[in-house]
Design a protein around this ligand. Structure first.
Ligand SMILES: *Cc1c(COP(=O)(O)O)cnc(C)c1O
Length: 230
């Protein structure tokens, strides 16, 4: 199957899942994850009209981005090291992985140096509690928000989480439900930030994420099956 037909099928499935859940499919954004995918394959998806792509490794992204159209909206979805921040600020439409104060400091400093007024970010939450995952403990998100209030360039737009790596649907659902709850609580508490993005749901669990209120999905392998990309 080509990337284009995979995208069509995925979008059909997203619409169907949203309809069943009583949600408007138009309110569910899709970031196509292109890590390890070659530029010519990314161009196929671009040719089909896709503009939001996600990468998790800054170096790989840098190399590929040079050869790709400049109207692509790049989402940085992976763990971000502070020494890579300079390549990301001003170059990405949304950083999904803000997870520590040190990183917020580095982003703020880069933005100031480059004269960039706003760097849209999501706070990554480790709701599943898996040790292998980056992200803030959910109980720390509120104090984190307070700690970064002085950083004028950082614009928090919402939350991102990665579901637990398990076949157990109930655990995945629980993780997404709690993240949505936290999202709603904090968007009330920090109204001035106008939170609008709840980024959760990948190839294996996007239907559950839609049912639990995600409005931005990050999907890679369903579009570019692993092993078929190189
Ligand atoms: C790889 C990745 C995805 C996409 O995962 P698939 O299972 O390929 O859909 C989404 N989010 C993050 C943070 C990723 O690293």
């Amino acid at each position: 199957m080509s990337a284009v037909s995979n995208i069509q099928e995925l979008k059909r499935s997203i619409r169907e899942t949203a309809d069943k859940a009583g949600r408007d499919p138009a309110g569910i954004g899709l970031v196509i994850v292109t890590k390890t995918v070659l530029p010519e394959k990314i161009l196929e998806a671009y040719g089909a009209g896709e503009r939001d792509f996600g990468e998790n490794r800054v170096q790989e992204w840098q190399d590929k981005k040079e050869t790709l159209p400049t109207d692509i909206r790049w989402h940085l979805i992976g763990h971000l090291q502070t020494n890579k921040v300079k390549y990301v600020v001003g170059k990405s439409t949304l950083i999904h992985s803000l997870d520590r104060l040190e990183l917020a400091d580095a982003i703020e400093k880069q933005a100031a140096g480059k004269g960039i007024a706003e760097v849209p970010c999501l706070v990554q939450v480790n709701m599943s509690g898996e040790e292998s995952k980056f992200g803030l403990d959910p109980a720390q998100v509120e104090s984190f928000m307070k700690q970064i209030t002085g950083k004028s360039a950082i614009k928090i737009k919402g939350l991102m989480t990665i579901g637990p790596l398990t076949e157990d649907e109930a655990r995945i659902r629980d993780c997404f439900r709690k993240t949505r709850q936290l999202f709603e609580d904090l968007s009330m508490r920090f109204r001035e930030h106008h939170w609008e993005v709840l980024s959760m749901g990948m190839s294996a669990d996007y239907k559950i994420a839609i049912e639990e209120g995600a409005n931005m999905l990050r999907i890679g392998s369903l579009v570019f099956p692993r092993g078929a990309v190189k």
